[in-house]
Design a protein around this ligand. Structure first.
Ligand SMILES: CC(=O)[C@@H](O)[C@H](O)COP(=O)(O)O
Length: 266
């Protein structure tokens, strides 16, 4: 296979996390959606196959809940432990989610404080180790720290999910260098999670080597959520293609794109 064919095949390759494969590399969070109809439109437009929901925001038994939207859209549910501040709370929430939704997949969030909503690295690692031991497929939301990402992978997490920027800020990838380092060193999928503001942020995350992007606010609070969801779908796809295509090295000085050789002396 030549290089061209290899890059094309890689672009079309599915995203594999633990024992599941996904065609889409965009994961959608549901927080902030104005109503269920808008959320359904955004999910469909995004092309996502995986949607996260906070256990504390759902009553699994109630009809007309967000779960109905997810079912109608034909996408998979990834419960998360949003709102947990300690490993103990997160482990308890994950176990409740496993019972309620019949899945051992969990997006692990253990938050350090209410102002920054940044992950608490000590509690996060503790919770991840406990949940992996208990048979969960753990996808931890983490800071953009390459050492912590490695420790989470070593603990047996199925993916690592470093933040682009704090949740809901829309600031985009704040530390591209760290994000690239995490991607270079990881042997599990790296999913850029939180802080994406617009399509170019999602494209950059993929260009840096991420396997997928998870975002919520940029879509749910956009003026036109479905249109932004479609833009994110295209951005993730374009960013991945650009990564695989191999970007040109950046140069300090100009470099003529057409050669000066053979030009007539005027
Ligand atoms: C960790 C967390 O809560 C994020 O996954 C959030 O759901 C998405 O963050 P944004 O709303 O910034 O995209």
């Amino acid at each position: 296979m030549d290089q061209h064919t290899t890059a094309h095949t890689a672009r079309d390759a599915d995203l594999k996390i633990a024992d599941k494969t996904f065609t889409s590399r965009l994961i959608l969070g549901t927080g902030g959606a104005a109503n269920h109809a808008q959320l359904a439109e955004a999910i469909t437009a995004s092309g996502t196959e995986l949607v996260t929901v906070a256990l504390r925001r759902v009553d699994p038994g109630a009809s007309g809940s967000i779960l109905d939207v997810i079912e109608r859209c034909g996408v998979e549910l990834l419960p998360n432990t949003a709102g947990c501040f300690t490993a103990e709370q997160a482990v308890r929430t994950a176990k409740l989610a496993r019972e309620a939704f019949g899945t051992n997949w969990i997006k692990l969030e253990v938050i350090g404080d209410e102002d920054t909503l940044l992950p608490d690295p000590v509690e996060l690692l503790d919770a991840a180790e406990t949940l992996v031991r208990d048979g969960f497929t753990v996808l931890p939301y983490t800071s953009d720290d390459p050492v912590l990402a490695r420790r989470l992978e070593d603990a047996g997490c199925a993916a690592v999910m470093p933040l682009a920027a704090p949740i809901g800020t829309g600031l985009g990838v704040r530390n591209p260098h760290n994000m690239a380092l995490i991607c270079e060193n990881a042997n599990v999928p790296v999913i850029c999670d939180a802080g994406i503001g617009t399509a170019s942020d999602a494209a950059l995350a993929m260009e840096l080597g991420c396997s997928a992007v998870l975002l919520a606010t940029a879509v749910t609070r956009a003026a036109d959520p479905a249109l932004m969801a479609a833009a994110m779908r295209d951005a993730v796809s374009a960013g991945r293609a650009a990564r695989l295509a191999g970007r040109i090295p950046k140069r300090h000085l100009a470099n003529a794109s057409s050669s000066f050789d053979g030009m007539a002396d005027l």
